[in-house]
Design a binder for this molecule. Structure first.
Ligand code: SF4
Length: 364
């Protein structure tokens, strides 16, 4: 009989938010939180976007084998099928995060899985809020952009958005309960409501700006932030709303990835450096007290020293407040892995990482 659980989360805020839903389901099944040394059930909620989390799972498996070999192990999250194939024998059960509602059946056979409304998607399951300060609210998931280095379109599938009314209600309840920070999550929040179903036609007309307009009407003292937007979809309407609306945070995350046009094209990012800089300038001119953070990948396939220098130069012009710099590692199944060679040495990738980290993160 399973009594306690321990969740090991690796990935972005979306994974953190998914873990809050997993906790809620487990507690509905009568399990209590425990630690990794003694829990009856260990759940890994991970993401394959980078190789590092996958390496960490292998490391943790060795630890758990020593300290808690009796525990049942479960794997979920957005894990690539290639990684899944290798890991599956080390776990008792693996499930896709979208199938979270069915997972309760595995945990406790006595719980009737129909207790959880199967017609609703898993994002409608009420999470157990772990962060008392920030409330994470997924508004959409999946991605249709297929950046050449990224696994998200393969692990999370096509974009789909949650119902606008459900999001507004969730935020209203959280604000009533005293939450001061609401963070809207999605792989590409600016494409919110771009589904083509009849039911979403009304939502489609409103889009992300429409959703924000509804949320800022909720009475109370709170701030809304969001991540991540795609620069190609960041509209003037959105900039104006951020500028005018005190309830929307002025800290914006805007992923650059590279400051070189050739590299951006190989990454399939659908914007040029000129367009990116124009967007940043527009934002800086319109939004008082704006802070911009970004993501940059160094050492992408074929990135020459000159192309990297273009990224350094653009980063200087953009005056980012913070950068999440990552070293490129090819992910199996992605376009970049199939088409290009990973030909920048690790030593050079680390050097480039340091240059950008020093330039952006150490000077603020
Ligand atoms: S926009 Fe690109 S990087 Fe972001 S989730 Fe989609 S495919 Fe991945």
């Amino acid at each position: 009989m399973l009594k306690t659980y321990f969740i090991f989360t690796l990935g972005c805020q979306m994974n953190v938010s998914d873990s809050e839903r997993i906790e809620a389901v487990l507690e509905k099944c009568g399990l209590n939180p425990g630690d990794e040394k003694s829990a009856d059930l260990i759940i890994v909620n991970a993401c394959s976007v980078r190789q590092k989390p996958i390496d960490r799972i292998w490391g943790k498996l060795r630890v758990w084998q020593k300290i808690n070999p009796q525990a049942k192990r479960i794997l979920t999250g957005c894990v690539l099928s290639n990684d899944l194939k290798k890991l599956t024998t080390k776990f008792d059960f693996c499930f896709k995060i979208e199938d979270l509602k069915d997972f309760s059946w595995w945990v406790k056979k006595s719980l009737d899985p129909t207790n959880l409304d199967k017609k609703k998607n898993y994002l409608e399951l009420k999470p157990k809020r772990l962060d008392k300060k920030i409330a994470y609210i997924p508004i959409m998931t999946g991605c249709n952009n297929f950046c050449s280095y990224c696994v998200v379109p393969y692990t999370r599938g096509k974009e789909w958005s949650r119902d606008l009314r459900a999001i507004v209600e969730e935020v209203r309840c959280l604000v009533k309960k005293g939450h001061k920070e609401i963070m809207l999550l999605g792989q590409n929040v600016c494409s919110y409501s771009c589904q083509q179903t009849a039911a979403s036609r009304q939502l489609k007309a409103n889009g992300f700006v429409g959703l924000l307009n509804q949320l800022v009407k909720i009475p109370g003292d709170f701030k809304i932030s969001f991540m991540s937007p795609h620069p190609k979809d960041f509209s003037d309407e959105l900039i104006d709303l951020i500028a005018e609306e005190p309830k929307i945070s002025k800290q914006i995350h805007l992923p650059l990835q590279s400051g070189d046009d050739k590299v951006l094209q190989k990454m399939n990012r659908h914007y040029t450096t000129k367009e990116f800089l124009k967007l940043v300038d527009k934002m800086r001119n319109a939004i008082f007290d704006l802070e911009i953070s970004t993501d940059i990948i160094v050492g992408f396939s074929g990135e020459s020293k000159k192309e990297f220098q273009n990224t350094v130069n653009l980063a200087k012009k953009c005056r980012f407040n913070k950068a999440y710099v990552s070293v490129y590692s090819p992910r199996s199944g992605t376009m970049a892995d199939k088409k290009f060679r990973d030909d920048v040495s690790m030593a050079e990738k680390k050097r480039r990482w340091l240059v950008l980290d020093q330039l952006i993160n150490r000077q603020n």
